[in-house]
Design a protein around this ligand. Sequence first.
Ligand SMILES: Nc1ncnc2c1ncn2[C@@H]1O[C@H](COP(=O)(O)OP(=O)(O)O)[C@@H](O)[C@H]1O
Ligand SMILES: [Mg+2]
Length: 348
Amino acid sequence: MLLGLRGVGKTVLLNRIQEMAEDEDHLTSFIEAPESNRIVDLLYPRLVQVLRKLSTTERARASAHSGMRALRSFASAFKIEIGDISLSVDPESGTADSGNLEFDLSDLFLKIGEAAKSAGRAWTLLIDEVQYLSSDDLSALIVALHRANQKALPILFFGAGLPQAAALSGEAKSYAERLFTYPTVGALNAADAQAAIRGPVEEEGETITDDAIRNIVVKTQGYPYFLQEWGYQVWNTADASPISGDDVDAASVGAIRRLDEGFFRVRFDRLTPKERDYVICMAELGSGPYRSGDVAERMGEKVTSLGPTRSSIIRKGMIYSPSHGDIDFTVPLFADYLHRTREIDRGA
Ligand SMILES: Nc1ncnc2c1ncn2[C@@H]1O[C@H](COP(=O)(O)OP(=O)(O)O)[C@@H](O)[C@H]1O
Ligand SMILES: [Mg+2]
């Protein structure tokens, strides 16, 4: 389960993992966790697709058929809107239809795992934005993966999410920490950040000065999304090679404007007025992580009375708690954005 802030390359990595799995002839399903919907609605069409593919292998036909019948029961137990992705099989009563998601999803995963095994294939499930899964959905997913793991069935899972996804998984099922590993994805180191800019420039037969590259790495702090934005703007700004430090300064105006109007702004706009006050108070305290107690003090309220506000901002994926009592932004350089656009004081 890849963990990291926004824009560090988690989704890019998950897509790359999917390609690698396909190169290994795995069946794959990629899901972006819904912020307010149930995971079963997104899983259903993927599971239909996986079982259909498996059913084309002679050796797996019977087990895939049994999986489809279980899936049909599952769909009616959970009142899934099946639209035009219906299954023309009879439901299998007593399998995946108890209405208890942990049991039923486990039943389904076992069916799929058995069908995959019969076909000599494997199924790789990838879920992005894990922090948005409800605790019931996350629990059921963990239990189902655990069951498939115990039965040594060929099912692989890769997740990605904001740092809080690790704690959420542990709260859902304490054994999650043994089931998953949690590599951290962060900013690129200086050498990789430089290569990320230099490589594409040189591939186009152009050049860029060391000074320009250093300038970009400083401004972006090596965060992939920002490197992409600066690379794009610098490329469009420069008239001729070598691209210089001055070109970078000129391009920064556009890069920051686009980030402020897009990347940063869409996140800020999702907050309620009270939540906005909260994150502005965080930014006014300087750079993170921040003590929740300090934020509360600045707002003139008790930590406990701000609890619901803080939780709601965490659920929206805007802030997270790196350690007990601490809070920080999930978007790199977000405090700087607030300083720039809200004209608030830096440091308290
Ligand atoms: N290894 C990398 N090197 C350079 N740029 C990258 C790299 N990984 C990601 N990016 C850039 O960062 C952007 C954000 O990546 P993404 O995977 O969407 O981040 P996340 O899912 O962590 O929010 C990508 O669109 C891409 O432009
Ligand atoms: Mg992503």
